[in-house]
Design a protein around this ligand. Sequence first.
Ligand SMILES: [Zn+2]
Ligand SMILES: [Zn+2]
Length: 333
Amino acid sequence: MLAAVFEAEGRLSMEERPLPVLASADDILIAVEACGICGTDLQILATPPGHPATPGTVLGHELVGRVAEAGPAAGIAIGTRVVIDADPKCGVCGPCRTGRPASCLNVRALGIFRDGALASHVLAPAGAAYPISDAVPAPVAALVEPLACVVNGTRRAAPRAGESVLIYGGGAIGCLFLAVFRATGCSPIVVVEPLAARADVARAMGADAVVAPEEVVDTLPRWLPGGADIVVDAVGSQLASAIEAAAMGARIVLFGMNSNARPPIHQVEITEKSLAILGSYISNFTFPEAIRLLESGRLLVDPMISAVMPLAESRDAFELLRSGGATKVVITP
Ligand SMILES: [Zn+2]
Ligand SMILES: [Zn+2]
């Protein structure tokens, strides 16, 4: 099969690989229908890399597909359409057993440390698979994984209808936060995004306003006079601005990851405004909710799917995302 492989620092190669073979009794082999490209994939391929990964690994961790083969202990029928939690949990380590599976000590993430889904087939443990309705179009179903992570983040913020929201970053993650907050009844929702193409998409997704970073100081007070009740940093370096833009008693969700960011913090504002600063990392039992949201059709996500491209054009797909000309690109094998 053809596969898009993280070959070495900064290098993506298209390679012929043998079909994966079931390795343990609870493994399933999935025939991939679609797989999204994520900001993490771009980070893996950056020089120097912004995210660790094992060289030689097939990339791709946002997938939907059908069970093509199943081990004797998998307990799932051949042909079942599934999405996959790309961070399969072990279920037995300390964090897993204290209800913090996102911190599992034994995660080997698909498409990062073990082969992923930018290929026709991928292997996964059956425990990481969640059935999804045939009615959800494949490029939309490929959004379940990032949406499950975003649902975890919105849960942390505990939004209520009528609360105002400010989101730093109008890429795919920012757009998914926007969609969930909208579905919750939050208003107004303002997005900070420097790239024009992404700003247009955020508007189409229902943002009440999209402002460029340099306009924030002048424009924000008009939309959010007392500050925002909820602030999301989908960039990974915006905590200082987020504190400034937060209303009294606001919740700040830190979702984006940039290991080089060391923002200077005006700490007294956290105290005076009684802010809650909430880290949110990957998903946390949130796949069922993300699946229901997309199956219900209540979440407007179509505008954020910029392109659906064949696997052979993966390089072009990465380029398109790197250029900032796309929000989400989905690959079909
Ligand atoms: Zn991802
Ligand atoms: Zn574990």
